[in-house]
Ligand binder design. Structure first.
Ligand code: HEC
Length: 155
């Protein structure tokens, strides 16, 4: 039996309740909320510890961080890099780890015009990403913490 037309608005009116009841606010279940304090994020994402070795692989991997598209990094053997962003050598002597964390998570909180991708931006704020990133962050929380652990070694 087809759905009576008069029922459709009734069902639509209940939609927000169905969404609330399923406990979803549009964020992926594994998205860890973070808190911005001044110009930084003090607590590691999801309380995770980063690994600098893995981080150094992520920053130079074009399928993951791809930081080299815009930044020079002091990694031996790398000749091609972008020059749109500042070189990251010595970044840990300019910025604290919590300050670096906010930049990698979502630099638009510091500069609304920033062209740097927010690697752990709230996915609801991302407009038309590639299919594999719909509803997802560009890097996982663990990958972001790994990248931060690596950047922290660049003194
Ligand atoms: C599309 C280009 C682009 C990509 C890709 C990019 N960045 Fe950036 N980044 C920038 C720009 C431009 C700035 C300068 C500040 C601003 O405009 O937000 C910046 C600033 C930074 C800063 C602050 C540096 C300082 O000395 O103040 C850090 C740290 C940083 N980026 C880390 C990263 C990491 C880590 C990645 C990869 C996971 C990355 N960026 C990917 C463009 C980019």
């Amino acid at each position: 039996m087809p759905l009576p037309k008069t029922l459709i608005p009734v069902l639509l009116a209940w939609m927000p309740l169905f969404v609330l009841a399923s406990g979803q606010d549009g964020l992926p279940a594994d998205y860890c909320r973070w808190e911005r304090v001044d110009y930084s994020i003090v607590e590691p994402l999801c309380g995770l510890a980063g690994d600098a070795q893995r981080g150094s692989e992520i920053v130079s991997d074009s399928g993951r961080g791809n930081c080299l598209a815009c930044h020079q990094l002091p990694i031996p053997g790398i000749e091609a890099y972008g020059t749109i962003g500042p070189p990251l050598a010595g970044v840990a002597s300019r910025l604290s780890v919590p300050q670096i964390r906010l930049r990698v998570v979502d630099s638009r909180y510091l500069n609304p015009m920033s062209i740097m991708p927010g690697f752990y931006r709230d996915p609801r704020l991302i407009n038309r990403p590639a299919k594999k990133y719909v509803g997802k962050t560009f890097l996982s929380a663990q990958q972001v913490e790994d990248v931060i652990a690596y950047l922290a070694t660049l003194k």
